[in-house]
Structures are given as C-alpha cells and as structure tokens.
Design a protein around this ligand. Structure first.
Ligand code: SF4
Length: 74
C-alpha cells in the first residue's frame, strides 16, 4: 500500500494494530494502536515500516458473523 503513490506504508498496511486516520485536508496517517499501551511503539510510525515486533495479522472479515447477530423474525 502507498500513500498518494509516493510513500510506501510497509507493515502497518497489513497490521491489525494500525488505524488509518484521514485529516480534513485529505492527508492519510497510520496510527499505531499498540502505542496506547507500549511506549516502545511510536503513535505515528515513520513509514515505511520494514520490521516490527508488534505486527499482528489482520483477521479476515467474516460475513457470516453479521447474519448470526440478526434477531430471528420467527
Ligand atoms: S505494531 Fe508495528 S506494524 Fe503494527 S501498526 Fe504498530 S508500528 Fe505498524
């Protein structure tokens, strides 16, 4: 993934602990949620992140979960 075609994001793009922040001016930032609890991780990592001990795989979306949460009409 890249930001505006000029900056590569690296590992944060596929990390479950990243949060995409979009400013009102159209800029995009990757916030590291792990920084909330561990000061070793910067809130806004310098991109691209090539190596990271905190990287965690994103869980794939499970469309069946939504169906299971709907109340039964019967
Ligand atoms: S844990 Fe590492 S890879 Fe994941 S969002 Fe934070 S800096 Fe990026």
């Amino acid at each position: 993934m890249s930001l505006g075609g000029s900056v590569s994001v690296g590992l944060c793009a596929s990390c479950a602990r990243s949060e995409i922040i979009r400013s009102s001016r159209g800029s995009t930032f990757f916030r590291c949620k792990l920084s909330d609890t561990d000061p070793h991780f910067p809130k806004y990592p310098r991109l691209p992140v090539i190596e990271c001990a905190g990287w965690s795989e994103q869980m794939p979306a499970k469309p069946d979960c939504q169906a299971n949460l709907k109340p039964s009409l019967e």
